[in-house]
Design a protein around this ligand. Sequence first.
Ligand SMILES: NC(=O)NCCC(=O)O
Ligand SMILES: [Zn+2]
Ligand SMILES: [Zn+2]
Length: 487
Amino acid sequence: MSSAPLLIRGGTVVNADREERADVLCVDGRIAAVGGDAASQAPAGTQTLDASGQYVLPGGIDPHTHMQLPFMGTVTMDDFYTGTAAGLAGGTTTIIDFVIPDPKEPLMDAYRKWRGWAEKSAADYSFHVAVTWWSDQVHADMGTLVREEGVNSFKHFMAYKNAIMCDDETLVNSFKRALELGAMPTVHAENGELVYLLQQEVAKMGITGPEGHPLARPPMVEAEAANRAIAIADVLGVPIYVVHVSCAEAAEAIARARARGQRVFGEVLAGHLLVDDSVYRDPDFATAAAHVMSPPFRPRSGGHQEALWRGLQSGQLHTTATDHCTFCAAQKAMGRDNFAKIPNGTGGVEERMAAIWDGGVNTGRLTPSEFVAITSANAARLFNIYPRKGFVGPGADADLVLWDPEGTKTFSARTQHSKGDFNIFEGRTVRGIPSHTVSQGRVVFARGDLRAEQGAGRYVHRPAFGANFQAVHKRVQDLAPSAVARA
Ligand SMILES: NC(=O)NCCC(=O)O
Ligand SMILES: [Zn+2]
Ligand SMILES: [Zn+2]
């Protein structure tokens, strides 16, 4: 994708470590200069964007999306084009999506399938690959994915029994293999056996509507799995990343392990920060079902939302994502008579950054730099694409957001770019929105005008052995036990 050089003038550049008044020059899809001499270096024909009164942030990275996902008997509404275009409208310039093989499906087959689907992406993308079963072939394919395809993270679903759920044998084998390869194991932490049992118990009570969904997935179901995955990772000496941490109990499990010196990282969804479980008791089935996602939204009385915010403030939780996974009302109606059959998933890729700015920066919970850390830089570091992504500085990709701290917007399904027909933030007015999004040096969103180009997104290779792995390998050597030499 070629475009004229771009000079962004008069804004305040915000990185995870500092803010500074600086111009930013983008040439050939990269940042060429930041600061004093950026304007003087601008070649002839440079396009200029006035950023006065605005922040210039690294483009958002959403490390957890599901575009075009075949799941629970149907396929999500957003494909890689519509989903990434919606992201660009909200300031997100990179997504990390998931390849999810069916049990017994070779990882490489699934990976090639997803790579084909993603070619229509409008924004840069990468993939975590799910390990849903175990065999020697899976072991070998993990090596190929890491060494030849730039995959450095593997996902494990501890829920969704009889579908994609991992048992402990698979978790242990896969975590061990990930450690050898320098790749990050990640987990969807919910005890799938307990969910399965509780779904039946709740149905036996005559509760078949969406209000049954959170009853079958209480916080302790998530906490058990989080603690188990963290314990397995600890024994094996591998870092671990817990996706969509939704409750205080799971956040506490992460904080406890970190206090012991373990390398555990936690991701929080915008939805879990802002929405509570009262939505499941909405008298309208479609509204209640539209919120069915796992783990579910949590009761405000349990202090869960507050615990997640505090985790982000204190640095015990690290990234924010959406789990963008859109199903329309007709798809959600597949579970009209049984909440366990409602396809799980909600949207948010377009709203994440503004929703978190409004809830985090406007309330004084987060500084703009901390906002950058949790919306792009930390994900880039953890998944080893920093400073190419998540950074405004020379040499980085020219993926940027001009952030208008005084701009306002009211979220609505009627005006969103996602093809989903529902918005979990419906009616919420936020202050602090992207005025412009720049992807690969090209202005792709300008004050409401979305100029996403199908196929312009690139696959992002992520090298293995990020910083966390260098440390864990040294630690293993340092603590290595020795045999007693006896005569
Ligand atoms: N989260 C959800 O409900 N759907 C997508 C699959 C997953 O991440 O668990
Ligand atoms: Zn999940
Ligand atoms: Zn997910």
